[in-house]
Write a protein that binds this ligand. Structure first.
Ligand SMILES: Cc1ncc(COP(=O)(O)O)c(C=O)c1O
Length: 390
């Protein structure tokens, strides 16, 4: 009981304004939502292509549930692999320009599955410091010798690889393709050259590049016009631009086979549920038909950036760095009162002193359609502009 009292005390010590809360939203992924009876623009969701609420994607989920049932029932290695999931894997392999793809229950478990299968105690990892928590957790879990390098610091990356080269059987470089809190894109061509020089595997987390980068939303490799080589593993999630849930890995057949044999996070968990598989299949069909949503997303990103007075962004993630936690929460509250839902991001998610609003644009927003003077004078845009002008 003493333990429980200590936990209560620990919770009481967090100031009310800084306490994280679980709020309830209806259709929280949609570009426009109703909150407490008020219409709001939603700048919090990673549903970049507005596919989560698309009628065809919903229909895909419903049809899959009707035929395959509500749950997968067992691990992928028992009876949890359906024809639908292998169809999804072939579509993902095509999108990512790889021999094969493997669907997992989330992006987080995709990262754990890949890293733990590929490297162990006798190997070395060089990982970007600002990588997503799933990549850092995977590196820790693998037991590999691990060195962190600062984002875009290619000299630091090279130094770390040199240090590990003679002490490691296998080397693995890990990084985010699109930095999830900054919205910038990794210098992939330079990183690939370094990986090749050191004969290192490269794991790129394309969670935020899938659906948003490349001519048709293929991701970071298509953005740079590069065919992934045999030492590259692309990781991603079905739960952002593709509007569903689940994760995936895309790579050469031999690497995917290794993941199937050696990944506890893939082997010892129930296969992805049919609804998520059906929705992701339908989302990829929409993407394959034409790039209208990707183009509309880019138009919205440019129009939004212009409206808030900043240079245009290459990705839908637009950070407004405020600094202090309290000020960031206060601005988010003011924006909410002005009809705009935003997400205040604070340490430990971002470094101390860089608390920010992480704004996400969607293809279903109306920024490039609403060009009138009146639309630009919306109170939330004025508030954001006053911040970006500082
Ligand atoms: C960069 C990055 N990688 C991985 C993930 C995890 O994906 P999922 O939500 O499918 O577990 C996320 C999302 O939360 C992410 O932002």
């Amino acid at each position: 009981m003493k333990g429980n009292q200590e936990i209560k005390k620990q919770l009481e010590e967090i100031p009310f304004k800084l306490k994280r809360r679980l709020r309830i939203f209806d259709r929280g992924s949609a570009p426009y939502i109703e909150v407490d009876g008020r219409q709001m623009i939603n700048l919090t969701s990673n549903n970049y292509l507005s596919l989560a609420t698309d009628p065809l994607v919903i229909e895909g989920a419903v049809a899959a549930v009707k035929e395959d049932g509500a749950g997968a029932g067992s691990s992928r290695l028992i009876a949890g692999t359906s024809a639908r999931i292998t169809l999804l894997e072939s579509k993902l392999a095509e999108l990512k320009n790889t021999e094969r793809a493997l669907v997992t229950t989330s992006g987080f478990t995709a990262a754990l599955s890949a890293i733990v299968a590929l490297v162990g105690r006798s190997d070395g990892i060089v990982i970007e410091k600002s990588s997503h928590a799933c990549l850092i957790s995977g590196a820790r879990l693998s037991g590999s010798k691990t060195i962190f390098f600062r984002k875009n610091n290619l000299e630091g990356l090279t130094r770390a690889l040199k240090k590990l080269r003679d002490r490691s059987k296998r080397l693995l470089i890990i990084l985010d393709g699109v930095h999830s809190m900054d919205g910038d894109i990794a210098p992939l061509p330079e990183i690939l050259n370094i990986a090749e020089e050191f004969d290192s595997f490269l794991l790129v987390d394309d969670a935020h590049g899938t659906g948003t980068l490349g001519p048709n939303g293929e991701g970071i490799f298509a953005h740079f016009g590069i065919k992934p080589s045999e030492y590259v593993i692309q990781m991603g999630t079905l739960s952002k631009a593709l509007g569903s849930q689940g994760g995936f890995l895309a790579a050469d057949k031999a690497i995917i086979d290794l993941f199937i044999q050696k990944s506890p996070a893939f082997i010892y968990t129930t296969g992805l549920n049919p609804a998520a598989v059906g929705a992701a299949n339908a989302a990829l069909d929409i993407l394959a038909k034409n790039n209208e949503r990707v183009v509309n997303l880019r138009r919205n990103i440019s129009a939004f950036c212009k409206k808030i007075g900043i240079q245009t962004s290459k990705t839908p993630i637009i950070p407004i760095v405020i600094g202090g936690e309290k000020e960031t929460i206060e601005l988010s509250n003011k924006l909410e009162a002005a009809g705009c839902l935003t997400l205040p991001i604070r340490p430990p998610t971002v470094p101390k002193g860089t608390s920010r609003l992480r704004l996400s644009v969607q293809s279903g927003h109306r920024f490039f359609v609403e060009t009138s003077e009146h639309a630009s004078e919306e109170r939330y845009l004025v508030l954001l502009r006053s911040r970006t002008a500082e």
